[in-house]
Write a protein that binds this ligand. Structure first.
Ligand code: FAD
Ligand code: 2HG
Ligand code: ZN
Length: 468
């Protein structure tokens, strides 16, 4: 493709079209090394006009584009195929915060802005951008929108789709849709903004977004609790809500196996408890909100009802950070056991304990010694039911069991009325499985939308929907 590469260099500048193996390596493989390929080139445009020019050129040449933000995704959505035919389009140079409107409660940011930078810009004007993920230091707003990211404050603020008012999107043929509106009400037909959210770069390339800012919540109260069971974790949610109402922002679960992993990494166990289940609770509110009292009363009621065995309440910002680390470091700590087979499932919260009770024996039967490392967003009914290899099995041998083990987890989840991807999306890794669980009608509708917007199938092919 010498002509295309020349044209791309003319469009974005020669130094921003990477083709050397060493230069493209970081863009070719995901952060875990679980998914990867070989790009034709990595192109790094700096503006919406440059993104549009790249899309036009690729469209004319019949070359596919894979949008990429921070490359922290879990399902291989941001990496190219292995045949050297696809362009990775990195939004990493589009890092401008175009506008902050504290009075109107909005912030307008380009797609490559890192989530933590948006949070900091909101804090600087005494507001809150509430999306909160363990990867917030490197994931981007474009990636958060494309995956409809969740995280640890969904209970109070919803998922990313609840935090987006307007979008600017480059379409597969290079046209630009300017939907950068900051309206709270707009019933003028199909909601295109929501269509692009969660589409994982298969319908358009997000270049800019208007996001919602919330009031700042400087008052925070945080506890780490030991629990008798998963059903107690589920039963605790209405108790916490009764005492904290909308001040409850976080209710997260950590299993014993997950706790042991972070303790092995040098973190200090906040409770010397031999319980099998633990949790992180956070309440937040405006300055002066009685979050400490609310938390104390909620924990008192929970202990009285036998739902909490023991609790440690953070007495300082450092202690709070220590409690949060027990939850946020699990994902990274599990990598120390070798390759992880990840599952990101959700079920109605009242079915969580059935899910856990059914899966343990079924997985042990399928692969004796397999180690579940379970954690996640229990308040949202969302568990990361991750698996590590049996001690006597190599990582390479372990991953050959992926299809069989994932089928057990996913079948059980679907039987309980759940979803096989709660917050991470489908990428290439789960596209076929999701299609198999959906009805023909649902898959037909999804394919019709894809064909209408990307008739040549040039935007992130094979992601979300399997290739036909
Ligand atoms: P990428 O990985 O680069 O891309 C993800 C998908 O979005 C790909 O399909 C890509 O093609 C598409 N895409 C990226 N940018 C654009 C764009 N501008 N336009 C169109 N498509 C685009 N996720 C959660 O939901 N909740 C969590 O709690 C959470 N915790 C995490 C913790 C850790 C330690 C890690 C490593 C990851 C975690 N994630 C979590 C997953 C991940 O961080 C999110 O999916 C995040 O939203 C991805 O952002 P990114 O910029 O890295 O996107
Ligand atoms: C989290 O909640 C992330 O920590 C990562 O969604 C989950 O590593 C995982 O499977
Ligand atoms: Zn998560």
């Amino acid at each position: 493709m010498p002509d295309l590469l020349t044209d791309l260099r003319d469009a974005v500048g020669g130094e921003h079209v990477l083709t050397d193996a060493a230069d493209v390596a970081a863009y070719a493989t995901d952060w875990r090394g679980a998914y990867g390929g070989t790009p034709l080139a990595v192109v790094r445009p700096a503006s919406t006009a440059e993104v549009a020019a790249v899309a036009r050129l690729a469209h004319a040449a019949g070359v596919a584009i894979v949008p990429q933000g921070g490359n922290t995704g879990m399902c291989g959505g941001a990496v190219p195929s292995g045949d050297g035919t696809q362009i990775v389009l990195s939004l990493g140079r589009m890092r401008s915060i175009r506008d902050v409107d504290a009075a109107g409660g909005t912030i307008t940011v380009e797609a490559g802005v890192v989530l933590a930078d948006v949070q900091a810009a909101a804090t600087a004007v005494d507001r809150l951008f509430p999306l909160s993920l363990g990867s917030e230091g490197s994931c981007t707003i474009g990636g958060n929108i494309a995956t409809n990211a969740g995280g640890t404050a969904v209970l109070r603020y919803g998922m990313m789709r609840n935090l987006v008012l307007g979008l600017e999107v480059v379409l597969p043929d290079g046209r630009v849709w300017d939907g950068l509106r900051s309206l709270r009400k707009d019933n003028t037909g199909y909601d295109l903004t929501q269509l692009f959210i969660g589409a994982e770069g298969t319908l358009g390339i997000v270049t800019c977004a208007v996001l919602v800012l919330h009031p700042a919540t400087p008052a925070r109260a945080t506890a780490w609790v030991a629990l008798p069971s998963v059903s107690a974790a589920a039963a605790l949610l209405p108790v916490l809500r009764e005492y904290a109402a909308e001040r409850l922002t976080t209710w997260e679960l950590v299993s014993r196996a997950a706790l042991d992993l972070v303790v092995d990494q040098g973190l200090q166990d906040p409770l010397a408890s031999d319980a099998e289940w633990f949790g992180l609770i956070e309440l937040a509110g405006p300055s002066g909100a009685p979050v400490d009292d609310d938390l104390e009363r909620a924990l008192g009621a929970a202990v009285g009802a036998g739902l909490v065995l023991d609790a440690a309440v953070a007495g300082s910002p450092a202690q709070r950070a220590g409690l949060w680390a027990m939850r946020e470091r699990v994902s990274e700590a599990q990598e120390s056991l070798g390759p992880t087979i990840k599952h990101d499932v959700s079920v109605p919260i009242t079915s969580l304990s059935s899910l856990v009770d059914r899966l343990a024996p079924a997985l042990e039967h399928a692969l004796p010694g397999v180690r579940p490392v379970i954690f996640g967003h229990v308040g949202d009914g969302n568990l990361h039911y991750n698996l590590s290899r049996p001690a006597d099995l190599s990582g390479d041998d372990f991953v050959t069991h992926t299809a069989a083990l994932s089928a057990i987890v996913h079948d059980c989840t679907v039987e309980l009325g759940g979803s096989i991807s709660a917050e991470h999306g489908l990428g290439s890794g789960k596209a076929a499985a999701a299609a198999a669980y959906k009805s023909d009608v649902e898959v037909d509708l999804m394919r019709a939308i894809k064909r209408a917007i990307d008739p040549d199938g040039l935007l992130n092919p094979g992601k979300v929907l399997p290739l036909q």
